[in-house]
Design a protein around this ligand. Sequence first.
Ligand code: 26Q
Length: 840
Amino acid sequence: MRPSKHSPFTPLTKSRLNGSLSSLPALAMDADGIAHDVRRYFCRTLGRDTSCNNTHYPYTALAMAVRDRLMERWQNTQRAYQETDSKRTYYISLEFLMGRALGNSVLNLDMGDAVEQGLYELGLVLEEIAESEPDAGLGNGGLGRLAACFLDSCATLQLPVNGYGIRYEYGMFRQTIQDGHQVEEPDHWLRNGNPWEVERPEFTQRVRFGGYTEIMPRWAGKMDVHWLETNDVLAVPYDVPIPGYKNDTVNTLRLWKAAATDEFNLDEFNAGSYTESVETKNAAEHITMVLYPNDASESGKELRLRQQYFLASASLQDVFRRWKLNHGNDFSNFAEKNCFQLNDTHPSIAVAELMRLLVDHESLGWDMAWEITKNTMAYTNHTLLPEALERWPVRLFKHLLPRPLEIIYEINARFLAEVANRWPGDTGRQQRMSIIEEGSDPQVRMAYLAIAGSFSVNGVAALHSKLLQQGLFHDFYQLWPEKFNNKTNGVTQRRWLAACNPPLRTLLSSTIGEEWIADLSQLQKLTNHRDDREFRHKWILAKQQNKERLAQLVLRECSVQFNIDALFDVQVKRVHEYKRQLLNLLHVIHLYARIKAGDTTSWTPRCVLFGGKAAPGYLQAKLIIKLINNVAHVVNNDPAVGDLLKVAFLPDYRVSAMEVICPGTDLSEQISTAGKEASGTGNMKFMMNGALTIGTLDGANIEIREEVGADNFFLFGLTAEEVHEMQERYNPEAIIHADPNLSRVMNLLEKSHFNQQEPGLFDPIINSIRNPHDPWMVAADFTSYLEAQEQATRLYQDHEAWVTSSIINCASSGRFSTDRTIYEYNHNIWRLKPVPSLPL
Ligand code: 26Q
């Protein structure tokens, strides 16, 4: 922001405030020091006393004490980056699904014992007060959580990587279940303050919208384009600290909040329309009000496009601000020092915005600007569903972003010339590949813009990357094969094993040492202990404790009693037809039918848990949730069923729920139609915590199975190729007819056994199963799914064999750490050098 005489952010000349920080003594990391600070924050800063009878203030006081310790390391890390003028990567994402910060910070700062003891001195228990923290739910699911795991690994590897995102006032909606239906409620997660952010108004940026463009002569026949009469919005940064594991590095996630400009209000105010001026303020601030709760692109929503440009423009301008401090107006080696990783196409307007800043603001020629852009941007794709590829109507673009649209047209013209040069006369190909899709309502194809403007294009699992090259992006692969690569996803074992599974963490560390927390491949050493009786006994005890904790959650939230001796069978993820929660439910109905038929000799009791949100407008997904709840109601209340089978739908599935769910799971359901799930990451969290997987050859399941071996994975279903070639001649009627189990299940559904009060309610689901054009081919995989489930049942009965397989699953999960994933991004795409933090 330009400093004005009204601004408090005028340069400070003589102060020694900045330089003297390093001479502040480092804060105590022992129990007494922490207890002392917690008391001081509680009494003096928050002004509470013994009459305080909730956990919120103790939580806040502890968070502030932990934050102080982050702050010292944060400043030292940023100074180290600044002093070494290191190359940096910016991870730009519309979503960062961070979950809770307290437990993670305590783990990464290695303060666990000191905090627990310090709190004990104060009569508090960490686990209890940590529950006060609301999840930072700034994401939909896999893509947003991946971004959060990536930040953890970048800090742990001491890489100069900053996250850029949006500070949504309302995150992912909270889900309640009323009469079996999903009901959405707003998630006002900032209501009680957020101790994990630092507002940085001094780095506010200005983002332009609307207006029109005009060409004006500059000099020597050169032309300038001016973007005029825009409606500007301010972007105010809020920084979130991202600590590495035990290495004193703290990186930054910078989240932008939209605010109205002062002069805009003043204009209206002086024109005498006070209320209108407040309205424009409202309109500006709307941009960062709410996260779009769709995990597949929702087409044509103007506000979403505003969010995307707001993030891209504010972030790029922020990088330019820092660049100019060190390099003035010389952009010649910008690409050697900066890389932008685009998390799907959502921020891909950054390609056009970088061109605009270089050409319009920095007066670079087009060719040089394009060279810089192409060498700076890298794009990650997260979907194989063609209908989920983002497109924006040209007319919307023109109205909202006239100058960026002109730039996209220019990029497209030069790109199509390259295509014509490579394939002369192939107009069909030019049409297919054009960034602008022609038609009665022309569209901008964001993925094509991202590919054209990037030096790297990657998928997120081996199969996914292969299918992108052979299918969705085949034309582009032919043109630029060198751009395409794979980066198989991962998850951070700090949150998804060390922090969320204390019993197993203790057992692992006492067996093979603690190195696995920073090097997950160490888990392989567990195989040496798999036959050790004492180790196996402790393994079983840990799983029992975790199942107990999960059973308590299910009892509290669903009023369903899970018996921990039963097989805990879990599917938690966004509710989507391609993920096939329905297939899982058909198996549940099959088990119920068997019980009702008395077919229960040598039965393995099962507790089946579902969880996940449906996009509010996705009616079929919402109906599936209703069906799950209705089936659960019938099954759980039938005295003939008893403990043989329990079914529950856990409301409001989120990061902090998964932290309880994955340690307590025996069997992980990863049953998407082959070729549809890009990767999956929940599958990795379960495996790491010793669950066995039942799954299709889809996404990262394939690589998981490679690592654990075929004997330790319950495989079923068509392959992606078979799905593709069967689509033509798919005949679900014949399949149902040929399988008596499936016929019996369909019969229960069709005679409204689970909806006796509301006949016809589930017809859309029944019809989808019987539809020869069912893209998800639920019926096709039913028979083979049942066989795989029976294998799982048999192995669970042979409990020693199950435990061995559980150990092998955990031991083989090393590849699925984001430390490995980030190592690969860095090695092949970013090429950053690790930079240690300055000493405290
Ligand atoms: C786009 C435009 C407008 C509104 C919403 C969206 C939108 C938002 C979120 C589109 C897609 C998403 C999220 C996608 C996602 O989470 N994909 C998942 O990414 C994971 C990490 O790579 C993979 O493991 C999953 O397979 C993939 O489904």
